[in-house]
Ligand binder design. Structure first.
Ligand SMILES: [Zn+2]
Length: 351
């Protein structure tokens, strides 16, 4: 059987975890975890049902049935339908030693953000298994290349990538007459969404592009200039700038005016129990003649969805924070609300 090979180049560092909290190489488990998370959000967004594998309601149900996601990714008593192997791993840590964290602290903060050294470079994901499932993986990765990210810690801006063997991956997703069946996304059912479970019908995706031709453009951002000795090599060697703390600081501590318990729900907290941030924003990376920052918001609750979405999509705020008000920037957004919106964003990358 022909394997599906997807060759990637990282645009922001890739983080997949590791044995002792550091990362000696790209770990398949970290990639698989993120693929599963996205596929769950997609299946629910298409109106289907996907169990929460961390809850007691996980598959199988009392009749021994498995949800669409478990059928592909596996569960107790059901094998994952494909195998993933990282081959040709030409990535390296973006700084050493591997347990050192970069503390980005905006001027008014006492702690700030702590960034571990992800890895940058090229790698190939090799998928083997049923051809139909491989076509699904190709379709999933093409969507993530355009709007999402791969691996862990997307909240800190990790995991943006581009596919370097695009034509081959597209052929897998579209199908051919021969060994590749292709994958067609379709509306699954009409299940209502649940605030606790990620669902693409509640997602807003965004990209901000800005022209920068001079090296060191980020030196005018106070939180970055104070650690310029650490950021300079990132720009020079890896062409990526950790702007995510700058944006998150602004949204969370300057813009958000609502109650504190909602702030924790939206932007994440470690106590009393861990809640992940629903606002995800990447580092900056070059995109043709521009630089780009992307991200998404899981607009889980109607109590704050409009306020947060309007805060994020304020282009003048982006200009103020990243390019000192320079006007020639490009804003691109996709807010999804219905199954057909989800179908649309998934399908258009397969054209
Ligand atoms: Zn399941």
């Amino acid at each position: 059987m022909t394997p599906l090979k997807i060759s990637l180049r990282t645009l922001t560092p890739l983080w997949t975890g590791g044995v002792d909290g550091t990362m000696d190489r790209i770990h398949e488990t970290g990639i698989l975890g993120s693929l599963r998370w996205w596929y769950e959000a997609i299946v629910r967004g298409l109106g289907g049902s996907a169990c929460d594998p961390t809850s007691d309601n996980r598959c199988p149900d009392k009749d021994g049935n498995y949800c669409d996601v478990c059928q592909v990714f596996g569960a107790t008593g059901w094998r994952r339908r494909f195998r993933l192997e990282v081959v040709e791993d030409n990535t390296r840590p973006i700084w050493e030693p591997k347990d050192k964290v970069l503390n980005i602290r905006p001027p008014s903060r006492t702690r700030g953000w702590y960034l571990p050294p992800g890895r940058m470079g090229t790698l190939t994901l090799k998928f083997t298994g049923e051809p139909k499932i491989l076509s699904l993986m190709a379709a999933l990765l093409l969507f993530l290349e355009k709007w999402g990210a791969l691996g862990a810690k997307p909240q800190l801006g990790y995991g943006v990538f581009e596919i370097t063997n695009h034509a081959e991956v597209l052929e897998w997703a579209q199908g051919n007459e021969n060994d590749k069946p292709g994958w067609k996304w379709g509306i699954l059912s009409d299940q209502a969404s649940n605030e606790k479970l990620s669902d693409l019908r509640k997602f807003g995706f965004f990209k901000f592009r800005f022209p920068q031709d001079r090296e060191g453009w980020w030196l005018r951002i106070p939180a970055l200039s104070r650690v310029s000795a650490h950021v300079q090599p990132l720009e020079r060697e890896f062409k990526t700038i950790p702007v995510s703390p700058v944006l998150k600081d602004h949204w969370r501590f300057r813009q958000w005016k609502g109650p504190r318990y909602l702030e924790r729900e939206i932007f994440g907290t470690l106590r009393p129990e861990r809640q992940r941030s629903k606002v995800v924003v990447s580092w900056a990376y070059p995109a043709s003649t521009f630089w780009e920052v992307r991200g998404w918001v899981w607009l889980a609750s109607p109590r704050w969805a409009e306020a947060v979405w309007n805060m994020i999509r304020d282009e003048s705020m982006w200009r103020y924070l990243l390019v000192q008000g320079y006007p020639n920037t490009i804003w691109n957004e996709r807010r999804l609300q219905y199954q057909r919106d989800v179908l649309g964003i998934l399908t258009e990358v397969l054209q």
